[in-house]
Unconditional design. Structure first.
Lengths: 112, 114
């Protein structure tokens, strides 16, 4: 069965500093990987996705993620965060059973 | 193009009642999925519909059901409500039935069971 682990429930970071949100998954088959962002009182918005090809994926709002098959990781990074990046971030995996599994989420707190 | 809309946005019910939530997908999208979001369990997949057929189902009791109409609009129903059903229910639509298709989420319906 697939599972997704987001290692940090909360990450505080100073404005303009870099950030990495960690995500590990377990699956015995090929998967598609996603990062979503949820702003307060809103639904989820897709940041980026890995389907195949280049392991470095660029998304919206300056975010990028790297797929590492050997470490079964898909960490999200941004070189310089802004106060508007304050939100909850979800990693998700979708495998050949067609079900999408979400991680528990990581709350990103931007400190002034 | 209008996004995914969900109605109502907020709902308060009492235990034992039933509730119906509605989701209108983006125009042209034929796949609709439903998710339950709670602080304890996070985001959990409920079910997915494509062309009026349920394609996939999560691990929820039979009290949770859904359907999709010919215009792709979807409803989900929860019968005999329990306190633990209090959650944000999210609907997402996608163009087709492929795993790679991006899902677009609505703002959710917040259900409170008293």
């Amino acid at each position: 069965a697939q599972s997704v682990t987001q290692l940090d429930s909360q990450v505080p970071v100073f404005e303009e500093a870099p950030v990495e949100l960690r995500c590990n998954y377990s699956s015995s088959v090929s998967v598609y990987l996603f990062w979503y962002v949820q702003y307060p009182n809103q639904g989820l918005q897709l940041l980026l996705k890995y389907l195949s090809g280049s392991t470095l994926v660029k998304g919206i709002n300056g975010f990028e993620a790297e797929f590492n098959k050997s470490q079964t990781s898909f960490h999200l990074r941004k070189p310089s965060v802004h106060i508007s990046d304050t939100a909850e971030y979800f990693c998700a995996v979708r495998g050949e059973d067609d079900k999408i599994i979400f991680g528990k989420g990581t709350r990103l707190h931007i400190l002034p | 193009k209008a996004g995914v809309t969900q109605t109502p946005r907020y709902l308060i019910k009492t235990r034992g009642q039933q509730v119906t939530l509605s989701c209108s997908p983006i125009s042209g999208h034929r796949s609709v999925s439903w998710y339950q979001q709670t602080p304890g369990q996070g985001l959990q997949f409920l079910f997915e519909y494509f062309s009026e057929t349920q394609r996939n189902k999560g691990n929820f009791p039979g009290r949770f059901s859904g359907r999709q109409f010919s215009n792709s609009r979807s409803e989900m129903n929860v019968s005999t409500l329990e306190l633990g059903d209090s959650a944000l229910y999210l609907c997402a639509s996608s163009l087709g039935r492929y795993l790679r298709d991006e899902q677009f989420f609505g703002p959710g319906t917040r259900l409170t069971v008293l």
